[in-house]
Design a protein around this ligand. Structure first.
Ligand code: SF4
Length: 219
């Protein structure tokens, strides 16, 4: 089972800003996606929605469209929205005026691909949200997130390797170590798959003794 059921792209296109972006296939040109902008209004059944899978919700280049996107989200409280970013420093200035302690149906997450970007998790903790999560894919190094997880302010962690013909391999011990940090702090851990040419066919962890552990804990 996947975390998200649908992707919603009110805009597409992005700027490569971080090592995790290296193989990203988001287009370079950033533009409003008129075709998809109001799609969540048409989904009458509850969906778990990944926001901006081909961009970043907080891009400066999208400032002029964001209020309208928030309005779509505001009008569809039966969905659950997941907004993942590599720019948590931009979140406070991009939130809607009535955000308060966080809208109940909106989850905020940060993407952390390697040790040097763990600071993004701390920035996320400064922002009120009904639930916060960490998205560690493509995982490119060991992460040390114990202190962040021990705050009890992170709802879940997702981990996975890179995909595509020139993927950078994820070492299984990085994922196992992160899984153990989550177990030790009581944070749900979701393993999305090993690095591979094709996405999504190995949703298991290989334990040091060779056993495979299936981790499909959906938040
Ligand atoms: S921030 Fe995300 S969408 Fe943008 S280039 Fe990087 S990986 Fe791609």
């Amino acid at each position: 089972m996947e975390i998200f059921q649908m992707g919603w792209s009110p805009w597409i296109g992005c700027v490569k800003s971080s090592p995790g972006c290296l193989r990203c296939r988001a287009p370079k040109q950033i533009k409003r996606n008129t075709f998809d902008f109001e799609t969540p209004l048409r989904w009458r059944e509850k969906k778990r929605i990944q926001v901006c899978p081909w961009s970043d919700f907080y891009l400066e280049q999208a400032d002029e469209w964001r209020a309208e996107a928030w309005q779509i989200i505001r009008l569809t409280p039966w969905h659950v929205y997941y907004i993942t970013t590599k720019f948590p420093e931009r979140i406070p200035s991009c939130l809607p005026p009535d955000w308060g302690e966080g809208w109940p149906h909106v989850r905020l997450g940060v993407s952390i691909e390697m040790h040097s970007f763990e600071w993004r998790a701390w920035r996320l903790l400064d922002i009120p949200a009904s639930l916060r999560y960490l998205w560690t894919q493509p995982l490119l190094s060991y992460l040390e997130l114990r202190d962040v997880l021990a705050t009890g302010e992170i709802g879940w962690v997702m981990c996975g390797g890179e995909h595509g013909p020139r993927y950078r391999p994820m070492r299984m011990e990085w994922a196992l170590d992160l899984r153990d940090q989550c177990l030790g702090t009581g944070v749900p851990f979701f393993f999305r798959g090993q690095s591979a040419v094709v996405e999504g066919h190995q949703p298991w962890l290989v334990e040091p003794d060779g056993r495979r552990t299936i981790w499909l804990e959906v938040p």
